[in-house]
Design a binder for this molecule. Structure first.
Ligand SMILES: *Cc1c(COP(=O)(O)O)cnc(C)c1O
Length: 388
């Protein structure tokens, strides 16, 4: 049999990624897979499926499988499932908690997650406990006392860039029989592998750096144990509830993944340099970025992350809301838009979105650092900060 793909063992992930998971199209030899457009698949005269793997495209298709296999490989997991968005992936995991159960979520994380979990848990009679993960002992005690079914962490957190101690939290979760899922969107699997630190599952909004081009919505969950009860539920949930990713989006995602390692490398280097520049700037009060030695969890971040600290950072400018908005308004290269992880740099004033009650400081600007030249990024912030 001829070798159809660069096989995983021994290859660096960069190589796997560059080949989009490897393998050419069997029918034509094309180096890029076709986009499967059929929703249904025929049976033969004896009513057997022509291909047992293909029945109806809400279940599965060859492109999902290829992309999921590549992501599972990146995460060091056993199986992945793609979803129609990051939120659809979060919803599938959160719904593993049955009525009467308990869900413990880290507070001060992605606003959409917090908002959704509050509504879902209230509707489904699930006790929702929100706790800060910055103080490890407090969070561990919370797990022991509340005995949650599911613990949800976000590392690093968005927009505060807090870094939870996955290793110790995973150990306590195992002792207490809780499932631990980590949203590692802001890190990417190249930097942070929660499964290797003991988490049961890892989730990403593929909308962000995995795809990296701000042109699709997608989500993915990967498990360490494909035989677990929670995973069986998630697998079934995707098929039955039907929050599948479209074939075209899957194809775009796989194309985006081909350059993931290059993009992450550049974004990481840029973010570090920009963080250092901002940290030293007289108009800046604080920079939130785990790569700075001034970050309260810098050593912890260093012990869990490899090759960088991600491309997300937040900055508290000196002054109030007016000054923050003035800086955001004066930026030229950094586009004023939500989201993160694209090739283009973005800036967002989260206070405007989430409001007073969210606890977001009014002078905070969240920055997603893209792949532009670092000198242009720095000079854009330099001129914008000179406006206040
Ligand atoms: C964007 C984001 C999500 C939600 O993903 P969507 O693809 O927008 O549904 C979840 N978690 C984090 C950390 C995010 O940045």
């Amino acid at each position: 049999m001829s070798k159809t793909s660069p096989s995983a063992p021994g290859l660096h992930v960069d190589s796997l990624l560059a080949h989009g998971g490897g393998g050419y199209d069997r029918a034509t030899g094309a180096v890029v897979p076709p986009i499967p457009t059929a929703t249904t698949f025929v049976r033969d005269e004896a009513y057997e499926l022509r291909d047992p793997g293909h029945l109806y495209s809400r279940d599965d298709n060859a492109l999902f499988l290829k992309t999921e296999k590549l992501i599972a490989e990146l995460e060091g997991g056993t199986e992945s499932r793609l979803f129609a968005s990051g939120m659809a992936a979060i919803a599938a995991v959160a719904r593993t908690v049955k009525p009467g159960g308990t869900l413990l979520v880290q507070s001060r994380i992605y606003w959409g997650t917090t908002l959704f979990l509050r509504k879902l848990c209230a509707r489904n009679n699930v006790a929702l406990i929100e706790a800060e993960a910055g103080d490890l002992q407090v969070f561990l005690d919370e797990i022991s006392v509340t005995k949650p079914d599911l613990v949800w962490l976000e590392v690093p957190s968005n927009p505060f860039l807090e870094v939870a101690d996955i290793r110790n939290i995973a150990t306590r979760c195992k002792e207490m029989g809780a499932v631990l899922c980590v949203d590692a969107t802001a890190a990417t699997p190249l930097i942070l592998k929660p499964l290797s630190l003991g988490a049961d599952m890892v989730m990403h909004s593929a909308t962000k750096t995995l795809n990296g081009h701000s042109d699709l919505l997608g989500g993915v969950v990967t498990t360490a144990d494909a035989d677990s009860e929670a995973w069986a539920f998630i697998r079934e949930e995707r098929k039955l509830a039907g929050a599948v990713l479209g074939s075209f989006e899957t194809w775009l995602l796989l194309r985006g993944l081909r350059t993931l390692s290059l993009r992450v490398e550049r974004m990481n280097a840029n973010t570090r340099a920009l963080a250092e520049f901002l940290h030293a700037h007289p108009k800046v009060e604080t920079v939130l970025y785990p790569g700075l030695s001034s970050h309260p969890q810098h050593d912890l971040a260093e012990s869990m992350m490899t090759g960088g600290f991600g491309s997300l950072l937040s900055v508290l400018v000196k002054g109030r809301k007016e000054e923050a908005l003035k800086v955001a308004g004066a930026l030229d290269l950094f586009q004023r838009a939500t989201s993160l992880g694209g090739t283009e740099s973005l800036v967002e004033h989260r206070f405007t979105i989430e409001g007073e009650s969210s606890g977001i400081p009014e002078n905070l600007l969240r920055i997603s650092v893209g792949i532009e030249h670092i000198d242009d990024q720095i000079s854009d912030f330099d001129q914008a900060l000179s406006e206040i």
